[in-house]
Design a protein around this ligand. Structure first.
Ligand SMILES: [Zn+2]
Length: 184
């Protein structure tokens, strides 16, 4: 499938994915715990309390919820559906599968929370989808940013205002994505 068709498909699928996200967050809302109430001292050291009070985590047994994209009209992402992801973020809430509940993974997902904040739902989904098609999961730019900051979190080499850094890098990614979209 060429890029133009993919982008068209992404756009036409946005409302149904948005609805799926809202419903998923509603269903799991009662089990969502604010990050600030978890015993993760290093997160508190590198991220602002405002973010940790707003962001929530839901622990799940088995697979984290993922939209049935193939049946929503995006068969290109069927591989992603089959992946066993340790965590996934929707807006200010992320899901972590039980065996993977490390502070490091929580940090990774918090990077995504800031990306969602910065881009909003539609633009996050467009940027993520286009990045996924261009580069695959690990190298999808929004994912690559999260992995790279996570590595620095793990080695304790983060410095500066992390939220501002994420916002800035997200803007750079969005500028590239929007130039791809406008060319189509
Ligand atoms: Zn990620």
């Amino acid at each position: 499938m060429n890029q133009m068709n993919l982008i068209r498909n992404l756009y036409s699928t946005l409302p149904i994915v948005r609805k799926w996200i809202e419903n998923t967050l509603k269903v799991h809302g009662a089990n969502a715990t604010p990050l600030i109430s978890l015993p993760f001292p290093r997160l508190n050291r590198v991220l602002p309390p405002e973010l940790l009070a707003r962001a929530k985590v839901v622990l799940v047994n088995g697979k984290v919820p993922f939209p049935p994209l193939s049946s929503m009209g995006l068969p290109e992402f069927s591989q992603m559906e089959k992946m066993h992801l340790a965590g996934i973020t929707y807006k200010d809430t992320f899901f972590v599968s039980h065996p993977h509940q490390t502070e490091s993974l929580h940090f990774h997902e918090l990077v995504h929370v800031v990306q969602w904040d910065r881009l909003g739902v539609d633009n996050f989904l467009l940027a993520y989808g286009i990045g996924l098609m261009q580069f695959g999961y690990q190298d999808c730019p929004l994912e690559k940013m999260a992995y790279s900051l996570q590595a620095r979190f793990d080695s304790d080499t983060l410095s500066g205002d992390i939220v501002e850094i994420i916002k800035h890098q997200t803007d750079v990614i969005w500028n590239i994505v929007s130039s791809i979209i406008s060319k189509e």
